[in-house]
Design a protein around this ligand. Structure first.
Ligand SMILES: Nc1ncnc2c1ncn2[C@@H]1O[C@H](COP(=O)(O)OP(=O)(O)OP(=O)(O)O)[C@@H](O)[C@H]1O
Length: 322
């Protein structure tokens, strides 16, 4: 569905050249749900804008839905839906009319556009609002309508640029319910960008992590987490057994790193384990046998932020509103 070869975008300002996307190779198959995840300025939107023909690449190539983005941008656009960041300006048309107009724009006749609009109003739970003018919709309703607009011409491939930024948790969950339903009903391939770690984790099947214009990881969220981060185990032992605990835990640590702190007669250690749930019981026994009885234990599965931290030494949360 998407194939890129060393796709690159440089922006030239007066004094400097910004290398926003540095030769990325991306392959996405039909039906996949893929999230581009990365910090501010990583190059996610620029990549998406090249794939949707809104920007032309500096070099490299991209085929989207079987069509080259440079040779036939109109062909790409007719096959994809694109829902950009934020809402456009206010619209004084009614919801139904706006959808029908979009269908007409894509060459549908009036009856086809009407039927398709009615179908999408149901999928996106907007049927009660078909006569309301677009400016009067709430933020969440407006975003669902944006998605409906992007789907009017039944694209095989839908691009969502930060679909839920600025929404409250309830509206985000609601939007995702609708997107997932649409996906099941129409088998649409979805490519999205997001800042929200939990969203990339729970909604997408595959996460492409972008940093400084390069792809630094590409896998399922589950595999990224288990391969790169591991579970985080925190144990407390009495202070006088800290040395024994340090030796046992140091051997078990995935990366040899032990984080330790002392407080109120207790030593607290934090260590990453590749498969914590399976290893923790044996480790408790080993600690006990070494004379370091565990007084408290906490086991946390890794997050995509841990993955990013492991890959870059930085947290994705830095400077990001999550
Ligand atoms: N039109 C432009 N002119 C100059 N530089 C640009 C332009 N558009 C983007 N950039 C720069 O390219 C880099 C990548 O920007 P991009 O918008 O792709 O990042 P992003 O990962 O989508 O970030 P965000 O999550 O903040 O939307 C940034 O350094 C940005 O400042």
């Amino acid at each position: 569905m998407i194939h890129t070869n060393k796709l690159t975008k440089h922006f030239k300002n007066k004094k400097e050249t910004v290398e926003a996307v540095k030769g990325v190779d991306i392959d996405i198959s039909p039906g996949e749900l893929v999230a581009f995840l990365g910090p501010n300025g990583a190059g996610k939107s620029t990549t998406l804008r090249m794939l949707t023909t809104l920007l032309s690449p500096t070099s490299g190539s991209a085929r989207v839905a079987g069509v080259d983005v440079v040779a036939d941008p109109a062909g790409v656009r007719s096959r994809i839906g694109y829902i950009g960041q934020g809402n456009g300006g206010g619209h004084s048309y009614r919801v139904m009319d706006e959808l029908v107009m979009q269908g007409r724009f894509y060459g549908m006749n009036g009856a086809e556009a009407h039927d398709r609009a009615r179908e999408l109003l149901i999928t996106m739970d907007l049927q009660e609002l078909e006569k309301r003018t677009v400016v009067k919709l709430s933020g969440g309703q407006r975003r669902r309508m944006d998605v409906a607009l992007g789907l009017m011409h039944s694209p095989q491939l839908l691009f969502l640029d930060e679909p839920s930024t600025g929404m409250d948790p309830q509206n985000r969950a609601n939007l995702w319910d609708h997107i997932m339903r649409m996906r099941v009903e129409h088998g649409t391939t979805i490519v999205m960008t997001t800042h929200y770690l939990d969203e990339a984790d729970s909604m997408s099947e595959r996460v492409i992590v972008i940093d400084h214009g390069e792809i630094i990881a590409d896998d399922t969220a589950a595999r990224l987490k288990s391969n790169l981060a591991g579970d985080l185990l925190a144990v407390e032992v009495p202070l006088d057994s800290a040395q024994a605990a340090r030796a046992v835990l140091g051997r078990a640590a995935a990366d040899g790193d032990l984080d330790e702190s002392m407080q109120n007669g207790t030593a607290r250690f934090r260590v990453r384990l590749p498969d914590g749930a399976r290893l923790a019981p044996g480790l408790l026994k080993a600690l006990d046998a070494a004379g370091a009885p565990v007084t408290s234990l906490e086991l946390n599965p890794p997050t995509l932020d841990d993955v990013f931290l492991e890959l870059t030494g930085r947290s994705l949360r830095e400077g990001v509103d999550v």
